[in-house]
Design a protein around this ligand. Structure first.
Ligand code: ATP
Ligand code: MG
Length: 423
């Protein structure tokens, strides 16, 4: 128990964190290109926020939340998604009083869901999410889809397809709900238990249920797109015009309804087709009434969430190599008597912004070189008896074995030069 992480969690090891940093850097850049700035909100919120915001007919709220009483007897929940917390923060800090839209992103936000762990499905995962508050135009929806698409394409994700749908608004959805219920009424006994339970309040969810039995039953279900009101229809047409103008391929997919209650109008997913079945990397949509629902002004908004573990999994599967930076520019090796000199040199180099290290484990000179090789250091800098006597250092390119002996005072300069040549 003690040495086993809880089920459905994963460590990111020091040897692999560069892969995370690589995609994080691209994500920050993608967000910044479109004027999104970072927001950081707490890992936990009052349970009520998710019950009201996410909706109590959702799987997340019904089954998946990590909820507990804190010592002050408040009901607290670890974030099961990123939007509700961002919306709460937007409200609490009166950001709606600033010129709108208010564009924000979060990166590496830990998300907790009590799900059955399997490939690509964890109990703690991390999301890159963007939220745009106060924008009603479909240009905002399209911008988000394009940010996600461009980012994933640049990272090298293959077979990516964009699925879009509109699930209408409180004006037009009730009529569709009624139609869908009518259609499902005869079939309700063939639906899975979850779909049966939410049939009354949220029949839409049967459309994207992953159980084969349910998929079979909804095959010929009526489509929301035939019931959109004029406003929703115009919005959906605008969205398509924006995507067309950007020249990206997309599919209209009336099965995409998304799991959360707060969505209105646009919903979308970026899906990759792979051998082991399709994988959704990114999901989002418009949530025009969420802000009001949690006690704020009636204000439109749109956003998406993208799972970092899933992005990394896809890059892995597709054999996309992420460049690994060397641990050090230079590894300082020394003979035992000259430990302090070596230590001083390392500190001196670090002060000059050169990444350097020395042996801390009492290795012989030979073993130090071996170790330096393993770290991928491009250069070594050696202080032996001779160098110590002359107050010099022997700098070597670990690949070409080219060497230079220079006064210690010139070590930094020489290392910089040889480091450039070694790349
Ligand atoms: P799924 O249909 O796969 O359950 P979802 O609709 O529940 O996904 P969202 O709530 O839209 O997912 O979350 C946004 C993104 O976060 C997903 O597209 C996915 O990349 C990632 N994600 C969601 N749940 C998990 C999980 N349990 N483990 C790892 N990544 C996840
Ligand atoms: Mg899910």
């Amino acid at each position: 128990m003690l040495t086993q992480a809880p089920r459905g969690t994963r460590d990111v090891l020091p040897t692999e964190s560069y892969r995370w940093q690589y995609i994080e850097e691209k994500m920050r850049r993608a967000a910044a290109l479109a004027g999104y700035r970072e927001v950081r909100t707490p890992v936990f919120e009052h349970t009520e926020l998710f019950a009201r915001g996410v909706g109590d007919t959702t799987d997340i709220v019904q089954k998946e939340m990590y909820t507990f009483q804190d010592k002050g007897n408040r009901s607290i929940t670890l974030k099961p998604e990123g939007t509700a917390g961002a919306a709460r923060c937007f409200l609490e800090s009166n950001l709606y009083a600033d010129p709108l839209p208010c564009k924000m992103y979060y990166l590496d936000a830990p998300i907790f869901r009590y799900e059955a762990p399997q490939s690509g499905r964890l109990r703690e995962h991390h999301q890159f999410g963007l939220e745009c508050f106060g924008a009603q135009e479909a240009t905002a929806d399209a911008e988000l889809i394009l940010i996600a698409f461009r980012l994933l394409s640049e990272l090298g994700v293959q077979n990516l397809s964009v699925h879009i749908n509109s699930i209408g608004c409180p004006n037009c959805r009730p009529a569709y709900h009624a139609k869908l219920k009518e259609y499902l009424a005869d079939r309700v006994n063939c639906l899975c238990e979850d779909c049966r339970n939410r049939f009354e309040r949220n029949p839409l969810r049967a459309l994207d249920c992953k159980k084969p039995g349910c998929q079979e039953q909804v095959r010929n279900a009526p489509s929301m797109l035939d019931y959109l009101c004029d406003d929703c229809r115009a919005h959906f047409t605008q969205l398509q015009a924006c995507l067309d103008s950007a020249g990206i391929p997309y599919r209209i997919d009336s099965r995409i309804v998304r799991g959360l209650d707060y969505y209105t109008k646009t919903v979308f997913e970026l899906i990759t087709e792979r051998k082991d079945g399709n994988l959704t990397v990114c999901g989002g949509g418009r949530y025009d009434h969420l802000v009001e629902q949690i006690g704020g002004p009636d204000l439109p908004a749109v956003g998406f969430g993208m799972g970092l573990e899933r992005v990394l999994m896809l890059l892995d599967e597709e054999g996309i190599r992420i460049p690994q930076p060397p641990l050090y520019d230079v590894f300082v090796t020394y003979m035992g008597d000259h430990r302090i000199r070596a230590f001083q040199l390392v500190e001196d180099l670090r002060n000059q912004g050169i990444s350097a290290d020395l042996d801390h484990c009492g290795r012989s000179l030979k073993a130090q070189f071996k170790y330096a090789n393993k770290t991928g250091a491009l250069l070594s800098a050696t202080i032996g008896d001779e160098e110590a006597e002359q107050n010099s250092v022997r700098i070597k390119n670990m690949n070409t074995r080219e060497e230079k002996v220079v006064p210690v005072s010139e070590a930094g300069e020489t290392i910089r030069m040889m480091r450039k040549e070694a790349e």
